[in-house]
Ligand binder design. Structure first.
Ligand code: SF4
Length: 508
């Protein structure tokens, strides 16, 4: 099993008031800046005002799918794009229908949709759509959303109205970007704001452009100015003809931005809902150092070094080293050319993949007390191998694991790929050994001399948001969705079945 969870998707959109200008290269730039959010497939939908929507999507990285040659064939002043990592519907993954943007067209309506999130309980909506005679070509929540929009459109032709009604019927995490056949873009964020979504603009003498992206790093990459985040429950209308228009259509009692965006998913140069990801990670490291009992041992400190797990543990490790006044040492070399180690058949091959990817630098590790800093421990398999590598190949005297994120003890049903508690090293040990014992059991399993996790309070403090603003469900088991009971009782077998399909397909 892959150790780290994966974000499902990145979305991007751009509209330009100059119909003689093509946005295809900008779509490429916006998607490649967000490659970390989805590495299995990529695609774009593009339209020249007054013309048709053209969609091109394939399996592969952005650079493999959207080559110069391909981009030159897609010309238009409005477009959306998507990077995907698949879980729902993975068994049919080879089919283009499962790759986004999802281009929907029938006699009544045409649009293209790119989606980041998960609607965990969509079977009721799907059944209603089935009863209405709608034919589904995939088994994804993305198509459920598309079919829902198409059904609503039969009763009302105005796009904002259609989307307002659809938003009220969906319960889950969703950031959506929709491009209509008229060349308008709508950006929608669910009322709890689980996933990030932001807008930007670029005004030059010749033309005006508006952008929407999952992360602000994409807005920076295309040279645009970051304007603001899309608010939870808001629909933003980007048009090549008008200024930005927006409406807050749903207001929840609380918001629930995914804490994992700050811990791991998002790029450090992104700013989400007013918080710099890099600064939040630095504070996570500093706060952990303040609470670390190991640092009271002055003899230990004389021989200790702080080593990050590259790349995700880096920012927090800098904060920890700064606060503890210990040397920060790049003690693990990462081979940047080993891509996608998670698509590996067989456990032995996956173990070998960690060795291919990471190598300890013996000259700086040998004989040292290593404080190994990582952003999170989910399944624990990679952490165990890194600890072992540091001891056996690096010659570390001792290895002490420090983690930015509190123990991950519950499954995520909001779009991240850890569907059962049994797969979580902290979750399963907590269930088996109870609150007092389980951390020690985890430490034992990963083979560390000591193990310290961030506290929930310090995580919130580091992000600068409280429990009424963050989703912490994988850390607390409290799910901030309407149909919580339904979700908790969602048949594990269904989730397992969905997950098994991705395993059969070699996607771990
Ligand atoms: S359960 Fe965890 S990973 Fe899932 S949305 Fe909530 S905070 Fe993010």
């Amino acid at each position: 099993m892959r150790d780290k969870p994966l974000e499902h998707c990145a979305i991007f959109g751009v509209t330009c008031d100059d119909v003689a200008f093509s946005v295809s290269k900008l779509l490429y730039q916006g998607l490649i800046a967000q490659q970390h959010r989805g590495q299995e497939s990529s695609g774009i939908s593009i339209l020249k005002t007054g013309g048709k929507i053209y969609t091109y999507k394939r399996k592969g990285l952005v650079s493999q799918v959207l080559t110069d040659n391909k981009l030159s064939q897609f010309w238009g002043n409005v477009g959306i794009g998507h990077n995907r990592y698949a879980t729902t519907g993975s068994s049919e993954y080879e089919s283009l229908d499962y790759i986004q943007p999802f281009h929907f067209k029938n006699n009544d309506i045409e649009f293209s949709l790119a989606f980041n999130g998960t609607i965990p309980v969509y079977d009721d909506i799907k059944k209603k759509m089935d009863d209405l005679g709608r034919i589904f070509v995939t088994n994804t929540d993305t198509e459920v959303i598309a079919q829902l929009i198409a059904s609503i459109a039969i009763g009302t032709e105005k796009w904002p109205e259609i989307l307002k009604i659809a938003s009220k019927l969906l319960d889950g995490s969703y950031s959506l970007v929709i491009m209509t056949a008229d060349g308008d873009i709508y950006a929608i964020r669910d009322p709890k704001g689980f996933k990030p979504l932001c807008i930007g603009e670029l005004k030059t003498e010749k033309r005006n452009l508006y952008f929407v992206a999952s992360e602000s790093c994409a807005i920076d990459t295309v040279g645009a100015n970051f304007l603001r985040d899309v608010k939870p429950g808001e629909i933003v209308h980007l048009s090549h003809q008008k200024d930005i228009q927006s409406e807050l259509v749903l207001k929840a009692e609380r918001t629930a931005l995914c804490q994992f965006e700050f811990v791991y998913f998002a790029r450090p140069d992104s700013i989400i809902d007013g918080v710099s990801v890099a600064q939040a990670r630095l504070r996570m490291g500093e706060n952990l150092a303040v609470k670390d009992p190991q640092l009271l041992d002055q003899e230990f400190k004389k021989n200790a070094i702080v080593v990050p797990v590259p790349d995700s543990g880096r920012s927090a490790a800098v904060g920890y080293a700064k606060q503890s006044r210990l040397p920060y040492v790049e003690g693990l070399m990462k081979n940047r050319y080993v891509w996608r180690t998670f698509i590996m058949p067989g456990q032995k091959t996956r173990k070998a993949a960690v060795k291919e990817k990471l190598n300890p630098i013996k000259s700086v590790i040998q004989g040292k007390d290593v404080i190994l800093f990582d952003d999170s421990i989910v399944r624990g398999t990679t952490t165990k191998q890194i600890v072992s590598l540091l001891r056996q190949k690096g010659g570390a005297k001792s290895v002490h694991v420090r983690v930015s994120c509190p123990p991950v003890v519950s499954a995520c049903y909001m779009g991240i790929d850890f569907p059962t508690t049994k797969e979580l090293i902290a979750g399963k040990n907590k269930e088996k050994y109870g609150e007092k014992e389980y951390i020690n059991k985890v430490r034992n399993t990963i083979g560390a001399d000591s193990l310290l996790y961030q506290t929930l309070d310090d995580l919130k403090k580091s992000i600068g948001k409280d429990e009424s603003q963050l989703c912490l469900a994988c850390l607390t088991g409290e799910y901030p969705l309407k149909h919580t009971d339904k979700i908790k009782h969602l048949e594990e077998s269904i989730l397992k079945e969905r997950y098994k399909k991705s395993e059969q397909n070699g996607i771990y």
